[in-house]
Design a protein around this ligand. Structure first.
Ligand code: PMT
Length: 468
């Protein structure tokens, strides 16, 4: 039995008040006695009800919740409750300053566990609490995360329990910044957030709104419900397959908006749901994801680099800047094929006669990415069609030189633009059979498209191996 699991079993037995420990070897008996003694002495600091190894039920997820010193500290109570409602076991740590806003007693009563503030304090009987705490959790959530804590995390400063735990933690970390707008926008804080992102820390961006100090702007702690949802998503992701690890997936989503004058534009009904579902699914499967978003009406995924754009020309620039480093490109955006040839500087005045609007072609993003294809890059387009679906999609596939195209029948309101579900057929450049997917959620469609992309990558690799 691995030592950690063995210790867990003993901790459970100690927690359950069991004195006898049945183990075979002499050294294990000594270890068992030592751990049982440690657990008996420190029963009240034990963090979680570890599941005994003979119990086949999947164990509940363990979340370490760190509360740092900001006015939003009281909202951490809602985060704790939400995580508990979702079936997680939660143990709380607080910085000293957080205790100025909410007492450890509140969190102790709600979590049922000792709340660690200072691991050197006389009443903390666990001499290596930062290790015990950090290495028995599946996720470390910091809510709220102050500018000071973020700065310490970003620079490896470990001068209290929360920051030492961060450094000792091998589980994923989710931080939820909350601070005054000016502090948030300060280049130092932005640098620290960028560093944390690069270090693989998950970040739930703060909301904009009225702050305790009266300022209106971004910096308010995100909704506890959103924080809980993000935490659960990270936990789920850790469990899911990671067959896109090592890939950089560049995805376009949403509609472009082509201005006619300062108040009018040409656009379409794309909500961005399909592209966002692809970005989320690719992220969950281990890929690094860059999402070039046009106009969307859905929440954009966390832990995905988002580049916001408006016009087809903007989207073209953003895609081209990122295409060289992408290993997979998926064009799910509904990009305008035409834009007004002239942008009127003033609002166009109404007259009694009709007017003519001259339209000019926009750049073909998908076509140009394919034309500049890097070795090994996989390129997948969409074809939104209202008639002759497969014929038109296959023509686009060939003309643009793609690896595959997702033929999307957009003639029904149930699928395609701004719907929750989609029905598509995936057509390939090689002789592979067309994959027809009946109406299903866009999330499911996204995973099915990615399954095919993973297959394309596999056959590309085995082809390369056989020709070398
Ligand atoms: O966003 P939703 O509401 O979830 O809706 C999803 C969707 C219907 C928009 C999506 O599933 C879809 O079909 N996207 C492609 C829409 C489209 O513009 O199709 P198209 O047949 O006109 O374009 C063919 C391909 O070329 C597409 O991959 C498109 O992104 C790309 N294109 C088009 C024009 C252009 N100037 N540049 C491009 O890259």
């Amino acid at each position: 039995m691995p030592e950690q699991e063995f210790s867990s079993l003993l901790l459970t037995q100690a927690t359950c008040g069991k004195q006898s420990v049945s183990v075979s070897s002499g050294s294990e008996i000594i270890l068992a006695q030592q751990i049982a003694q440690y657990c008996t002495d420190n029963l009240w600091v034990l963090h979680f009800d570890f599941i005994m190894s003979e119990n086949k039920e999947p164990r509940r997820k363990r979340v370490g919740l760190a509360v740092t010193g900001g006015i939003a500290a009281y909202k951490a109570i809602e985060v704790l409750r939400g995580l508990q409602r979702a079936g997680c076991e939660v143990r709380v740590a607080m910085t000293r300053h957080a205790c100025e806003f909410v007492t450890p007693l509140t969190f102790r009563a709600l979590s049922g566990s000792y709340v660690v503030v200072d691991d050197y304090s006389d009443d903390n009987p666990d001499p290596i609490a930062h290790i015990t705490f950090s290495q028995t959790i599946d996720l470390f959530v910091v809510a709220p995360a102050t500018a000071n804590t973020l700065a310490k995390f970003a620079n490896g400063v470990a001068d209290d329990f929360v920051t030492s735990t961060y450094l000792a933690c091998t589980a994923p970390v989710l931080v939820t910044p909350a601070m005054n707008t000016t502090m948030l926008e300060h280049p130092a804080t932005q640098r620290n957030l960028e560093q944390l992102r690069a270090d693989g820390v998950h970040i739930v961006n703060p909301d904009a709104g009225e702050m305790a100090c009266g300022t209106i702007g971004p910096g308010r702690l995100s909704d506890p419900e959103k924080i809980v949802a993000a935490a659960l998503a990270v936990l789920t992701r850790t469990d899911s397959k990671a067959d896109l690890t090592g890939e950089h997936v560049l995805i376009t989503a949403g509609a472009t908006r082509e201005p006619i004058d300062p108040v009018r534009f040409l656009s379409n009904r794309s909500s961005g749901k399909m592209g966002v579902a692809l970005a989320t699914a690719a992220r969950d499967r281990g890929a690094k994801v860059t999402l070039v978003a046009g106009i969307t009406s859905v929440e954009l995924p966390a832990d995905v680099r988002v580049v916001n754009t408006t016009t087809a020309a903007d989207m073209y620039r953003a895609v081209m800047e990122n295409a060289a480093s992408a290993t997979i490109f998926i064009g799910a955006a509904a990009v305008a094929d035409y834009a007004p040839a002239q942008l009127a500087e003033q609002k166009i005045k109404k007259t009694n006669s009709s007017i003519q609007l001259e339209l000019a072609r926009t750049p073909d993003i998908l076509g140009d990415v394919a034309a500049a294809r890097r070795h090994g890059q996989l390129i997948v387009g969409f074809a939104a069609e209202t008639e002759n679906l497969l014929k038109h999609a296959t023509e686009k596939l060939r003309k643009k030189g793609l690896d595959a195209i997702v033929a999307n029948d957009v003639s029904s309101r149930e699928s395609g633009f701004d719907s929750e579900k989609n029905a598509v057929a995936i057509v390939f450049r090689d002789e592979r059979e067309i994959v027809e997917l009946p109406l299903m959620s866009k999330n499911e469609v996204a995973h099915r498209i990615l399954n095919e992309i993973v297959e394309l990558r596999r056959s590309q690799k085995s082809h390369q191996a056989s020709t070398n």
